[in-house]
Design a binder for this molecule. Structure first.
Ligand SMILES: Cc1ncc(COP(=O)(O)O)c(C=O)c1O
Length: 400
């Protein structure tokens, strides 16, 4: 595969690692799963809860929309529904759906695109894009392809897995274009508090960079609903959300990853830049799906049902597994400390028929030559409570 890439003309593509699931496929390809047990796929963060009941009728009602091109920024009723949701969820004043909200095909596309909107690819000294380590790998791919240098901010257990802002040298801060923060975090389950966002905002002002907050797990938490970047910005008197963008989607909260519907909201200047980019690069979510999305942002009943299932799954896993495990504050991932992530993932597959992700596939060698994902595996609890219990019972049997 790497050889093939060398034939391509863009050297930035050669800097990208294989995507984590490709690496997992390679790791397990010659190994047969335990043949006496049903396979459990716990490697991908794809919620597999029942389809919300409103999806089919709304889709049927708007079928004719498949014959039309959807507008790039999203239809106004959807942008309004998102603005209303943000307002209610975070106790914000009215958000302007036309200037402060855009829709996207899920957050993945938006997270990738935004680096291309805010990084100057012709800068004499390549700017830095900062991201948590371990991370959702799109941040790194976005930074590299946009012409920036990625800086992986360590998230360690002794720090509650918060991205360690003190580990970033002054020389990096001085040339930072963009900072990705992810709360609740995939994969560690860390949740940012208002103080953390406040510190980030002060740094953004001091060093003149854009803050992108990936909040796609915002509705999945153990105790209290997480605070968001816009809420903190507003509480600090930042009425125009200057430098701030948040991204969220229906993939996790509504368990609708296949609908490919998300949003980007915040600073109108950044939104305008992003819309300009998307008017060339982005195809909008199909119209019938935008109508379903519109309903999904206005309905919290199904979200509460999903939350209950995620919370029960995490609690059940933690209780059943028993030892050496931290309950995540948010998300549906267990970030399990093991001796060697790849060995554990191999054993989980061969001995227990479980597919899970070695932590190092979500992290890079970073500050102090440490790879913070080594010594972990990520387990996605996306199939409900019974499966979570079964996962814990089987994984307990693995002897490293
Ligand atoms: C941290 C994080 N951000 C973004 C995404 C992208 O999700 P989507 O594009 O479905 O909104 C994911 C998906 O797993 C994720 O884990």
């Amino acid at each position: 595969m790497r050889k093939l890439w060398r034939l391509m003309n863009n050297p930035r593509l050669q800097q990208l690692d294989d995507y984590p699931f490709v690496r997992l496929q390679t790791l397990l390809q010659d190994l047969a799963p335990a043949n006496d047990l049903p396979i459990i796929l716990a490697s991908v963060g794809e919620p597999r809860l029942p389809l919300p009941s409103f999806v089919a009728p709304i889709l049927a009602q708007h079928m004719a929309g498949f014959s039309k091109y959807p507008p790039t920024g999203g239809i106004l009723p959807l942008r309004q529904a998102i603005a209303d949701w943000l307002q209610q969820r975070y106790s914000l004043p009215a958000i302007n759906p036309e200037t402060q909200v855009l829709t996207a095909n899920g957050t993945r596309e938006a997270l990738f695109g935004i680096a291309h909107a805010v990084v100057d690819p012709d800068a004499q000294i390549k700017p830095w894009v900062l991201m948590p380590n371990p991370m959702y790998q799109i941040y790194q791919g976005a930074a590299i392809t946009a012409g920036a240098r990625p800086f992986a901010v360590p998230c360690m257990a002794n720090n509650g897995f918060a991205p360690d802002l003190d580990a970033i040298p002054e020389s990096v801060w001085n040339n930072t274009a963009l900072f990705y923060v992810c709360s609740p975090s995939n994969p560690t389950g860390w949740v940012a508090d208002a103080g953390y966002y406040t510190r980030l905002l002060a740094l953004a002002d001091r060093y003149d960079f854009t803050l992108v907050s990936d909040e796609c797990y915002s509705e999945i938490y153990m105790d209290t609903s997480p605070v968001g970047l816009l809420a903190v910005a507003h509480a600090l008197g930042r009425k125009d959300y200057h430098r701030c963008l948040v991204m969220n989607s229906l993939s996790k909260r509504s368990a609708l990853p296949g609908i490919r519907s998300g949003f980007i909201a915040g600073d109108a200047v950044l939104i305008a830049a992003f819309l300009r980019l998307r008017s060339y690069s982005g195809a909008a979510t199909p119209l019938p799906l935008q109508h379903v999305a519109c309903h999904a942002w206005q309905d919290e009943t199904h979200v509460q049902q999903h939350l209950h299932s995620y919370q029960q799954s995490v609690q059940t896993f933690v209780q059943t597994y028993g030892c050496n495990i931290t309950t995540p504050s948010g998300s549906f991932f267990i970030w399990l400390a093991v001796k060697n992530g790849e060995n554990f993932a191999r054993k989980a597959w061969v001995e227990q028929g479980i597919r899970l992700l070695p932590g190092a596939y979500l992290s890079v060698l970073g500050v102090d030559d440490i790879n913070p994902g080594e010594g972990y595996v990520r387990i996605a609890l996306v199939d409900g409570v019974d499966q979570a219990r079964e996962l814990a019972q089987r994984l307990r049997k693995i002897k490293e």
